[in-house]
Write a protein that binds this ligand. Sequence first.
Ligand code: F0G
Length: 360
Amino acid sequence: MTPQLPASAWRGLIHRYRGRLPVTEATPVVTLHEGNTPLIPVPNFVKAIGGDFELHLKYEGLNPTASFKDRGMTLAVSKAVERGAKVVICASTGNTSASAAAYAARAGIRCVVLLPNGKIALGKLAQALMYGATTIAIQGNFDVALRIVRELGETGQVEVVNSVNPVRIEGQKTAAFEICDQLGRAPDFHFLPVGNAGNITAYWKGFREYNAAGIVNGRPRMFGWQAAGAAPIVDGKPVEDPHTVATAIRIGNPASWQGALSAMKDSGGRIDKVTDDEILAAYRLVARTEGIFVEPACAAPLAGLIRCVREKAIPAGSVITATMTGHGLKDPDTAMEQSEFKPTVVPATLEAVSQVIGIR
Ligand code: F0G
């Protein structure tokens, strides 16, 4: 039975933005009611970094599989099912695989994921396994996994749901729509992490479309951030052996390289890199000042913003948005390492506990 919901009920982003997406009445909508994530102002963080602007975080970790990938995946899996696909496949640094596995489970089709062995955050691996994906760890990095997946796609026997599938970009652009809807305007700057570069391509498309439709007047300058050990776009050449604590963006040869460059150039933006130490400092700071726990990749644009404040590159009074692409719980190992938890073990008495707290 189809549930009767009030017209205002959130039913996922295909339902909300149908007119701007490549779907028809014939498309079977596979949804976990993704999207509609909060855009949270973070004044404590801005104060802590000495900024004099507004910053709003688009908390994409609150999607059904805890990353922004669900936006592209609802559309990619819906279109795959429409075409009669029985198997979806992807290469992933973890989040795409978690999302593909969930939406394939929802659709009742098979999912195969290729992951770089040993370089996947624990939560993401747990997700692929729990959702029942055929999970293959390859002895190589993401770039090699994606090459294999693309070759398998050419056999016509599997549907590739990486962002080389243009439908993924279409779904992901809805985050830019939501930001404009939530702010009531386009931001002056948009900051986000860059890995395979699909998301920066998608956001720029979304911001341009909303502007062209007259829904908002302006478009933001796009500021994308790579990790220093995995910064092919900044360095101007593929990185053979990328490395960074932010495993989500440990990518040496991004598929949407050109899309990222266009977003940067056309928007008057910037693509730059930050070190792992800068990433980890921002990762801790946003958690402690705002209660927002993100995975390390999300801290790359925050570290980038800290850099921009130091360089006085942001005009006073600017309205800035930044995408927090994945939830902090995805990567509990890094969180535990960074919080340096050394339990204070005490006798189970009021006195002993009071003494540790410093009250009597
Ligand atoms: N942040 C997170 C948490 C990610 O998982 C990714 C990409 C990015 C940022 C970068 O986005 O690739 O569109 O530039 N993760 C992919 C994956 C590669 O397989 O989950 P991008």
